[in-house]
Design a protein around this ligand. Sequence first.
Ligand code: MAN
Length: 353
Amino acid sequence: MYIERYEKNPIITPEDVKPLHKDHEVIGAFNAGVAKIGNETILLLRVAERPITSDGIVKAPVINIENNKLELKSFSTDNPKYDFSDPRMIKSIDKMEGFTYLTSLSYIRIARSNDGENFTIDDKAFIYPENEYQIYGVEDARCTQIGDEYYINFTSVSPRGVLVTLVVTKDFKSYESKGNIFAPENKDVLIFPEKINDMYYALHRPSLKSIGNYDIWIASSPDLISWGNHHYLMGISDDSWDNGRIGGGLVPIKTDKGWLEIYHGATKENRYCMGAVLLDLNDPTKIIGKSIKPIMEPDADYEKKGFFGDVVFGCGGVVEGDVLTMYYGVADTSMAVCKMKISDILHQIEIEG
Ligand code: MAN
């Protein structure tokens, strides 16, 4: 399938973002939710800031909710009690002690553009950790426009677990909090942009700990806040590009043929690609067809190399006629943009699905 990657990719890199915290460096500006308000394209960037440290020490940033200050925990890399093998986290080897810290603090900051290619980044955070569920950060926003309101859901991370929080805005200057909509562990919530048979729908991705896999589920709600009627939608494959985990990517796109969902799938080794699935227009719990091969794989240098390489991770796009402009995170580091034809994606689903 033909994908036109923008020649000046990546469009936003960590170097373009000034850290908000003293003695920190921005290591990621990625996985942005997308909205269009008037002529302006909004990217809800996940900015990751890491404490600058000396060799042999890894620091974990944690927000103290009592005084709203960022505090740092230090770990010596030669201490055998800790596992540093995943650069995104520090884990205790002793399961009884059982802690995980993240090596960076993520929050949501807005980048704005009038042409969809050149972005200016706000000086301040838009969504910053503000309660006990968010002391390790907030990540990976998705934005669904319903009428003149924009519903933004994102991952909140803390020792209480990884869960999903919802806020609503009309102007991308301030927002109203709607609370936690999915309990731990859950991620990758995509709210459909309109009611279907008088109910709202959302894809979600529970991460099962005892039995089961990292699969996509679907739920419905009368009010966007209380979600129920949970159904398993689709799962990982046994031995392919998506044998590790799958999760919703972009806000579902309404087409003549059905709801088109572009999702991410990763191997057990964490190579992230994008796939496509078509859901019934009147009952999105029903799958019409699915691409067998990924529609997009990490290929360009900026997709293969970075803080966490071999990752393409789309969280949003803009649809104009048959053209989807997808904004996507690359290598857990930067933002890139590409264009693809919706008819090409539907064709791939038709011949493979
Ligand atoms: C995964 C990755 C990280 C993220 C944590 C917590 O390990 O997506 O980037 O910080 O989960 O959500």
